[in-house]
Write a protein that binds this ligand. Sequence first.
Ligand SMILES: NC(=O)c1ccc[n+]([C@@H]2O[C@H](COP(=O)([O-])OP(=O)(O)OC[C@H]3O[C@@H](n4cnc5c(N)ncnc54)[C@H](O)[C@@H]3O)[C@@H](O)[C@H]2O)c1
Ligand SMILES: [Fe+2]
Length: 383
Amino acid sequence: MINRMILNETAYFGAGAINSIVDEIHKRGFTKALVVTDKDLIKFSVATRITDLLAQHDLSFEIYDDVIPNPTVDVVHAGVDAFRRSGADYLIAVGGGSPQDTCKAIGMMIANPEFSDVRMLEGGAATRNPSVPIIAVPTTSGTAAEVTINYVITDEEKKRKFVCYDPHDIPAIAIIDPDMMASMPASLKAATGVDALTHAIEGYITRGAWELTDMFHLKAIEIIGRSLRDSVKGVPAGVADMALGQYIAGMGFSNVGLGLVHGMAHPLGAFYGTPHGIANAVLLPHIMAFNAEHTGEKYRAIAHALGIEGAYACSLADARALAIDAVITLNHDIGIPLRLRDIGMQEQDVDALAAAAFADVCTPGNPRECSVEMIRSLYRELF
Ligand SMILES: NC(=O)c1ccc[n+]([C@@H]2O[C@H](COP(=O)([O-])OP(=O)(O)OC[C@H]3O[C@@H](n4cnc5c(N)ncnc54)[C@H](O)[C@@H]3O)[C@@H](O)[C@H]2O)c1
Ligand SMILES: [Fe+2]
C-alpha cells in the first residue's frame, strides 16, 4: 500500500503572521496580485487588512470580491475573467472556504486553459499544470481549504455541489493568523468549528486513514475539543487554538478523504444554501452512531481526545456511546440545532437529496457501506 501526502510548501502560524506575506512576495518575485474575497470581508475591514498591507509596501493588486457563500460556477468564471483583465501573476485568497475554493478554481482554470468551464474539473481531472501561485489567508477556522487539495463549487442549474480534488491546486503559502478570524460572529465560529471537528472525525475513521493521518486527526480532535467552546465565546486563546486545530485536520483529511457526513451535507448546501458547517454539525452525531460498529477501537480514542475520562476503561459499546455523547454535548453547548427541518430541509426533497448524497465524492470514504435507501432513511430520521 502506497500512501501519498501533499501539504503547503510554506505555512506561517500565529497572530501577526500576515506580515510574512510581504517577504514571500519579494522572495518569489511576484509582481501583481488578484485578491479574491467577498464583499462582507471588505465591509467588515477583514480583507482590507491584507490590501492595506500590500498598499503600505507598494505591492500592486486588484480585488475580486464577488464571491458568495457556496460559490457558483458563474462566480468562478467571472473571477477567471477578472484575473485575465488584471494582468496579475499570482492570487491571494482572503476569506472562508468560499473565497479559498473560488481562488483555487480560478488558479486552476488560468493555468490549464483547456478546462474552459469549471464543471470540467469535477473529481480528479487530468490537469497538466500547477495552479497560478496562491497565498491563502483563511478568515474562518473550519474548512482548512488553505491546506487541502479540494475545492467545492455549486452548480446552480443542477442544484448540486461538486468537489474537485487535484494536487495541482494546493496553495503555495498558507497564512494561519488568528487575528484574521477574531471578527467572526459566534454563530460562524460555531459552524466553521464543527466543520473542522467533522473533518477530524471523518478523516480519522475514513477508509483510507493510516498512521500519519491518524496522528493529525487525533491531535485536531483534541485541540478542537478543548477550544471550540472558548472560541465561540470569543476567548482569544480559543480562537488561536481553533485556527491551528482546523489546519491540522486539513493536513489529514485532504490526503485521505471524508465520509457520509460530508456526502449528506453537500446536497443540503446545494438545495437550501445551508451553511456547510451547520449541515455537518446536525448530521455528525447521528452518522457517528450509524458508523459505530465499523470503526474498531477508534471511538475510544475520539472520546479520549475529546477529554472524556474512562474511555479506555469501559466496554467498546460504552466507549462508542461516550464519543457520540461528547459530540452531542458540544453541539448543544455551541447552539447547533437538532433536526434537519430546523436548518431548512424540505421533506419532499428526500429522494433527490439521497441520490445526490449517494453520488457525492465523499461518500465512498465512509467506513460503513451505504445504499441510497439507507441514506434516504437517515435523512428522514433526522428531518
Ligand atoms: N476546500 C475544502 O477542502 C473545503 C472543505 C470544507 C468546506 N469547503 C467549502 O467551504 C465553503 C464554506 O466556507 P466557510 O464555512 O469558511 O464560510 P464562507 O467562506 O462561505 O463564509 C461565510 C460568511 O462568513 C463571512 N466571514 C468569513 N470570515 C469572516 C470573519 N473573519 N469575520 C466576519 N465574517 C466573516 C463571509 O463574509 C461570509 O458571509 C462551502 O462552500 C464548503 O463546501 C471547502
Ligand atoms: Fe467540510
